[in-house]
Design a protein around this ligand. Sequence first.
Ligand code: PBG
Length: 335
Amino acid sequence: MTQTLLETPEYLVRRPRRNRKDSSIRSLIQETRLHPSNLVAPLFIIEGQNEKQALPSLPGVYRYSVDFLIQEVQELYQLGIRAVDLFPIIPPERKDPFGSESLRPGNLLQTTLEALKREIPEMCLMVDIALDPYTDHGHDGLVTEEGEIDNDTTLDVLAEMSLNAADAGADVIAPSDMMDGRVAHIRHKLDSYGHTNVNILSYAAKYASALYGPFRDTLGSGLKKGDKKSYQMNPANVREALIECTLDELEGADFLMIKPALSYLDVIAKVREQTNLPIAAFHVSGEYAMVLAAAEKGWCDADKVLWEHLTAIKRAGADFILTYAAKGFAKNLLN
Ligand code: PBG
């Protein structure tokens, strides 16, 4: 090799490729590695029996009735996945402006939690807490007559939902609604009923993203009108995310989540510098679906791209990742 312009000694110049020379060396010095136990599988539940329905905008993902869900959760556990996040799908005739179904004793979420805790107690059960699966307008909170999102009355419903979920066997409560003060409110409610051991995974920095489309298709929770910008964050802001995370930490959150993940890697990295709490990231429906759609056209290899994306999310600072790719990754174990 001829001398470089800066006259760096050759033994240094050749180090980078020396350190990539074969697969043993490469794997020895790999800085980030995914493991099934760092992945959380989001799962959609429907009423009825014997149901496993494919989801058109989320290839490879299904909605299950409880009997089939139990089998699926057992399979996930055998593959090394240690946590699932549950999303009930409510039929439209059961939705109303108040999301009343969310508090009905014996509703789908409660019966599912009870069944899973009974059949596979070792799996960590997370539940998403917000009103959008239950309201006919599709908002995460209650709406006043003037059309405003009513922060404080929503808090009472969220706390009640959280208590019911904890009573039914939830291990982790994950409020995704973005109301102010909900972490403290939920913590207080859980503690007053003796659930001091139930964790709170706060969706601390959740953005008003266009990437939730396939999820809203699946739940039928698309907004009738308007948007969620008065409670979900502006995608252009990162300092605001740090404020949200600080508040949730002070209110008692056990884990902080950033959502979506890929377009917010800088946010994950900045929050990582600020907190010692575990950080979660939600690799959301749109992020997953885009890769699968491109792969269907033959434009990319879905497994490899998903591996690259999930690795990037972990490299940015996430300790665990909620992703629709969890099962596929655990089966194929690229690394
Ligand atoms: C509900 C909720 C949403 C997602 C998770 N919880 C949708 C929304 O806020 O509109 C999105 C998840 C995904 O897209 O995979 N509050």
